[in-house]
Design a protein around this ligand. Sequence first.
Ligand SMILES: Cc1cc2nc3c(=O)[nH]c(=O)nc-3n(C[C@H](O)[C@H](O)[C@H](O)COP(=O)(O)OP(=O)(O)OC[C@H]3O[C@@H](n4cnc5c(N)ncnc54)[C@H](O)[C@@H]3O)c2cc1C
Ligand code: FES
Length: 1243
Amino acid sequence: MVSKRDPLSANIRHFSITACLVPICSLYGAAVTTVEGVGSINTRLHPVQERIAKSHGTQCGFCTPGMVMSMYTLLRNHPQPSEEQLLEALGGNLCRCTGYRPILASGRTFCVESNGCQQKGTGKCCLDPRGNDSSSLLRESDICTELFAEDEFQPLDPTQELIFPPELLRMAEKPEKQTLIFRGERVAWISPGTLKDLLELKAKHPEAPLISGNTSLGPAVKSQGHFHPILLSPARISELSMVSKTSDGLTIGAGCSLAQVKDILAERVSELPEEKTQTYRALLKHLRSLASQQIRNMASLGGHIISRHCYSDLNPILAVGNATLNLISEEGTRQIPLNEHFLAGLASADLKPEEILESVYIPHSQKWEFVSAFRQAQCQQNALADVNAGMRVILKEGTDTIKDLSIAYGGVGAATVSAQKSCQQLVGRPWNELMLEEACRLLLEEVSLPGWAPGGKVEFKRTLVVSFFFKFYLEVLQELKKLVKLMPDSHHYPEISDQFLSALEDFPITGPQGVQRYQRVGSHQSLQDPVGRPIMHLSGLKHATGEAIFCDDIPMVDRELFMVLVTSTRAHAKIISVDLSEALDLPGVIDVITAEDIPGTNGSEDDKLMAVDEVLCVGHIICAVVAETEVQAKSATEKIKITYEDLEPVIFTINDAIKHNSFLCPEKKLEQGNVEEAFEKVDQIVEGEVHVGGQEHFYMETQRVLVIPKAEDKELDIYVSTQDPAHVQKTVSSTLNIPINRITCHVKRVGGGFGGKVGRPAVFGAIAAVGAIKTGHPIRLVLDRKDDMLITGGRHPLFGKYKVGFMNNGRIKALDIECFVNGGCMLDDSELVTESLILKLENAYKIRNLRFRGRACMTNLPSNTAFRGFGFPQGTLITESCITAVAAKCGLLPEKIREKNMYKTVDKTIYKQAFSPETLIRCWNECLDKSSFHSRRMQVEEFNKKNYWKKKGMAIIPMKFSVGFAATSYHQAAALVHIYTDGSVLVTHGGNELGQGIHTKMLQNACQILLKRLEPIIKKNPEGTWEDWIESAFEQRISLSATGYFRGYKAFMDWEKGEGDPFPYYVYGAACSEVEIDCLTGAHKKIRTDIVMDACCSLNPAIDIGQVEGSFIQGMGLYTTEELKYSPEGVLYSRGPDEYKIPTITDVPEEFNVSLLPSSQTPPTIYSSKGLGESGMFLGSSVFFAITDAVATARRERDTVEDFTVRSPATPERVRMACADRFTEMIPRDDPKTFRPWSIPIA
Ligand SMILES: Cc1cc2nc3c(=O)[nH]c(=O)nc-3n(C[C@H](O)[C@H](O)[C@H](O)COP(=O)(O)OP(=O)(O)OC[C@H]3O[C@@H](n4cnc5c(N)ncnc54)[C@H](O)[C@@H]3O)c2cc1C
Ligand code: FES
């Protein structure tokens, strides 16, 4: 949080910021509060910190300080915020673990109107559709809906907050006027105190940019190598923050932040009649979704306009709204229009180098003038628009004749594009259907995008160009209807059919509501016994105060050096030469580590740590620079010259891999019954394809390691963020050729892993260890997000083909699935993933004749690896798609087909493992019941009949998820417990804390062995304290150490015979989701999700519900927004949060209910608990199938007959294009053979 005194209002402004974009010099005169300054465990916790921890809003805890600070800043400005303010404050913070619901729950405890359930604690919730009848209360009396006790929270006392430092206040009240200069090694930051000085400096350094929010300059410097030796800061110039209201418009200083602009416009809208504020309201609409609050707090209006980004949300509206730019220089002032010439950067219409933008004038709109704004992005918030638009029309008074029309689009060219010619041609035309047709034709001609346009999505963008205009057409008609009501004598306008009205509404930004249900512990259980209770995460408070230490929080150690990796820029090539000389000559560079420096083995033959003479993908590690600082190491990587000779073949897609017979391992196959024979006897057969894109782990903490060589015996201490320290240890040992016992791996906690930190950390650990041994220095290696995404790979993309034979009543008789995963260039876990996928493919269905085949393709992409769900979320999408296809052919609802084909009695799986589906059926039935599925299904149908442009869809999906691997060695666990003589206890165990709360659950398990040994002592002195008993035990020479060993399941799988007993137990579940889609834009809103999950006897319901919710939201991301884009050369484009969209807080379903199934079966596990971490991922597909349900309804209504191929994620692009209509028909289509596309699909 940054606090500054506002020179105009004299108030202190507190605002949250995106810290990585804030130049330190910009903080002159500002107070900065970080999470450490808000409160601490040792002094006093701030209520925000206490509540987020106790509400279970932390899992790995890496995002928690950011969440705390966003909420804290909000409370400094609004001690009793509204729900909307809370959502806005948290909208810019990402969390990959929790699914956001518990974070929001903690924030809601501060809100004025708490929308939470008012009947919590009664075992019944007001949101429960069955009402509050006493019979259901009785039935659920052992069900709990409270995960934390709000009455335990300390109250928020705003008077106790830190005050703005008096010294800074004095400085701000009497600002110095002299120019401040901060000089760095390469850059000078100049901050003048007066406008005159600023203009003088600008005249002297015309090439120097004005640095306002740095949200445009900063990213260009960081990622595009832009460099500015002089930066001029206008921060102290109050003239740039002036606001003036006149009778015809509003002038806003260029230095005002976008957050301030939002407030100024909102105030003006509340003061003026509606007709005058059309442009302001259009701007406000986009200011709500432009970036995040943190960015809006930093970014200035001037910076936004001058940057002229093609995706700018405000420039199209300002352009159509006839805004004027007030420029100033030493020469004086002048005005230029913010028009298409300015936006296109024409010199004649631009600022002169010595000029700056002082303010922007935005005129009021007038009667008969209509202004609208449109925007469609991958998700509702925190995403740059694919296409946006500003549209304005003035009609001749009392008529429908166009007097003036302006339309500007963003996202469809290198700059904001004005459709000037089209608009001119439409002047004088009446506002009717004919005009609409003509306008669409003209717009598509004028706003033309080539097939290869950067950013891709070309056909989608073309469709949006006309779809937006159609929305505008309807909006204006709707406004005219209102005017007619006021002036009954006026012109008659075309009517909008009621069915079309829903096209006018945008989806609101909402936060989730919902109930979490779990079984209360039995009344006989002692209060001291924590098993089964929702205990807070052991590190929760430390996460919230920033006291939790992650790998890179370890302070710099003596003589530490930094390592940066150098990776291949070619997908498949021979390395001809590597020239390190220039890099080695740079100051601070100590060494460059190559494969030749490895004393032991360089990984395995087909999975080398560092490439030797051949690279297999873009991102393949070739060498690593070691330097004194990260900056030095990074700049040295750019000086390493590698020459390559391209090799053939270059394979990226699954199709190409199949063509080239390029596979990583043999086919995995399971078969039962006689598939061919069954196909002969069925009523119908459908064949289809399913494509599922990959997924980036996007753990908040990127890969990192610190290797400290010790002086003696080649010992090494390795601090590493990994899920598998033993693997790191083993790999380092073989790489260095030293025994394992010399290597100690320390893993205190990991900031999210999700499978991405199983295999890869060993590679980074080993390369850093080689550097440490060679240089004799400690080495720190921290991947930035860009490199992490490029190098590490993720979930395997999948391509599946199915053939399903069924009877007309929906009974499936035969299913043949062949699938291929894109494994990338090395084996990694691809074989295991393929096996797991094939084993799980049948999901919850008993189909007598089955054939499942799977292969992992070898391609020239970074190696894909383990990811939560291990193939299940991709593979089972094929099975569920078959069900949907069968339903469509039989004219039945998918849920009927699911029910008909689900396992019903004790049976054997395709691999002949016996199991009982009783719990599966209970989950399914409870989910149908809790979600009021059937009555809501009818409501959805009613809605769809009445609405043409919006459609609702529903889906309920069952799940049978097998836990574990088909190898006995995986099924073991060990723990070591020491009680020290002061009574303190240390528990060491083989699990890693990744956020899943394993340490917390471990502590909930008392050590029975030690308790037994202490029993005689306790009996003798029952009144004694724990410390007394331990002291006596020590005196009596009773061992206070114990080991625990869990020898789990004997698992096996015989792939030759196709049978085995691979899994100790199954997790069953069901999820029901309802969505609404906008057929014109492809956007969707998640209305409600109900999940019923079988956790058996949950050790900690708060943790387990957290795992279910978190994995569901991660799955929802996989199936809806997370899209990896590759260039035709195999370069990953999506290398950061800008291009890759994981769910944000506003993506969570509006109503989100999770129930743990009470009293379910007993698996052979610790305290009969089940592992829920992975299974929930797949339940996210209920959102996917609800979307495809809505799309199918739209297609049926539009008589689109042909089947559509299922492609995940169901992005707005895919949804829009699947809802084919008159607008998708209008757009020009390119022949794919005539151009090289911007990106290629790899699944
Ligand atoms: C994470 C993120 C998300 C974003 N999302 C969106 C989005 O959804 N929609 C959208 O439209 N935009 C988005 N943006 C872009 C953002 O709106 C712009 O970066 C921002 O408005 C630029 O303002 P600034 O003050 O930070 O400019 P700076 O980076 O400080 O400066 C940018 C340019 O403007 C010039 N300049 C600044 N002030 C003046 C002045 N007074 N006179 C003359 N020249 C001046 C500078 O010389 C420089 O060339 C996003 C940016 C980020 C980082
Ligand atoms: S708890 Fe939010 S990222 Fe892990």
